[in-house]
Design a protein around this ligand. Structure first.
Ligand code: THG
Length: 373
């Protein structure tokens, strides 16, 4: 079947790396924060094997930065999230569920503290800029909220540390997970964090100035030639195996962080000022009645999920599957879904109503990569 193409225009914003991504033979894009995000280079499966064994450079410019800068920046950022930021120091990045007044998820960004009065909120696919600008304006806060010309470039895979050390020096090896340091590129000081949307180790370089995009891309590609570095992108199979959630797919504004399994990133009691605090404290008393789970779906490879697939047990719907792909390493279809508490225990057998028919499936409490035996 002919796959429809994506019409590219000014609204589907190009990135500082777009020409290089195109030259590398990108086969498909999605649109994320109104910007192009590559999804396939060779094939999803070939990209997956390469990511898990080598090193890839990813154009994740679409992880746009919302910059909060000014005397009220710290107060404003704590209003956005139930994660307690009071002990956050410069040099740290936090994965931060962000919620509205009902406790509904608005976004799940990585927040970086650049200074006591300056933060970057690296957003997932929702227009969080407008929510934050609205709050700052309505509350007359002393803070500038804007989208700077900063484009993350991720270097991911088991050989990422070697490649990044060759380009930016040995000191990058000591950057710990979700910490950052500054590196020099041709006299420009750039933030380099140990983070990224894969479970294969790696870094994210916050390319501060579009003109640096192509020089940095070329430098990494040349330095990594013998490491078999390639252009890559977040990989559907790998992220489902690691249960990395995708905002808009696996969760929406109708879900609380607890339903999303993000309770470990919430200290709601301590998060004084968080807009969703009262709502979350109220629902926390009872706990969620449905929650994110990994599912193994039996049988032949299923198509990718462009709509929710019902999870069925005893003739009744007990959940939904929101992401799915065939995993060569686990030799089964791996999936992420939201399952009601009656069926969310590890090992529970259910059915999934896929476009390829009803399939038997098993609910797993943890990510595939964390399962033992
Ligand atoms: N990096 C940066 N910005 C981003 C993403 C990113 N913005 C959009 C999107 N990704 C936001 N979503 C996520 C989801 C998961 C993680 C990061 C961003 C993540 N989670 C780890 C996990 O769940 O295992 C670890 C989190 C932790 O322990 O703190 O990395 O990828 N810049």
């Amino acid at each position: 079947m002919q796959v429809p193409a994506l019409s590219i225009s000014r609204r589907t914003r190009n990135t500082p790396f777009s020409r290089r991504v195109h030259a590398a033979g990108v086969k498909a894009y999605t649109v994320y924060n109104h910007m192009l995000l590559p999804t396939v280079f060779s094939s999803v499966e070939e990209d997956y094997h390469h990511l898990k064994s080598k090193v890839q450079v990813w154009d994740v410019s679409c992880e746009r930065q919302v910059e909060l800068w000014g005397p009220d920046a710290a107060r404003l950022v704590q209003m956005l999230t139930p994660r307690d930021l009071s002990n956050m120091v410069e040099g740290q990045c936090y994965y931060t569920p962000m919620v509205d007044e009902t406790g509904g998820m608005l976004n799940d960004p990585v927040t970086t503290k650049l200074a006591e009065d300056k933060f970057w909120v690296s957003v997932a696919d929702s227009d969080l800029l407008f929510w934050i600008k609205g709050l700052a304006h309505a509350l007359r806060l002393e803070v500038d909220v804007d989208e700077p010309d900063v484009s993350p470039l991720a270097i991911q895979g088991p050989r990422a540390e070697e490649l990044v050390a060759r380009v930016f020096g040995e000191k990058i090896r000591s950057i710990r997970f979700f910490r950052y340091d500054y590196v020099d590129f041709q006299g420009h000081r750039l933030v380099l964090a140990r983070s990224g949307y894969s479970k294969q180790d790696g870094f994210e370089l916050y390319v501060d100035g579009s003109h640096l995009g192509e020089p940095i891309w070329d430098t990494l590609m040349t330095a990594g030639e013998d490491l078999d570095v390639r252009a890559g992108c977040p990989n559907l199979i790998e992220r489902i195996e690691g249960q990395l959630l995708s905002y808009g797919n696996d969760m929406t504004r109708n879900n609380t962080p607890h339903e999303c399994g993000l309770g470990r990133f919430c200290q709601t009691q301590q998060a004084i000022g968080c807009i969703g605090r009262d709502a979350l404290l109220r629902v926390a008393v009872e706990g969620p009645v449905r929650q994110i789970r990994s599912l193994a779906i039996d049988g032949d490879p299923v198509p990718s999920c462009d709509d929710l697939w019902p999870v069925i047990a005893g003739g009744k719907q007990v959940g939904t599957v929101s992401s799915a792909a065939y995993s060569p390493d686990f030799r089964t279809n791996v999936a992420i879904g939201m399952v009601r508490m009656t069926h969310w225990d590890d090992g529970t057998k259910v059915q999934v109503d896929t476009p390829h028919g009803m399939r038997s499936a098993t609910v797993w409490e943890t990510a595939f990569i964390n399962r033992v035996g």
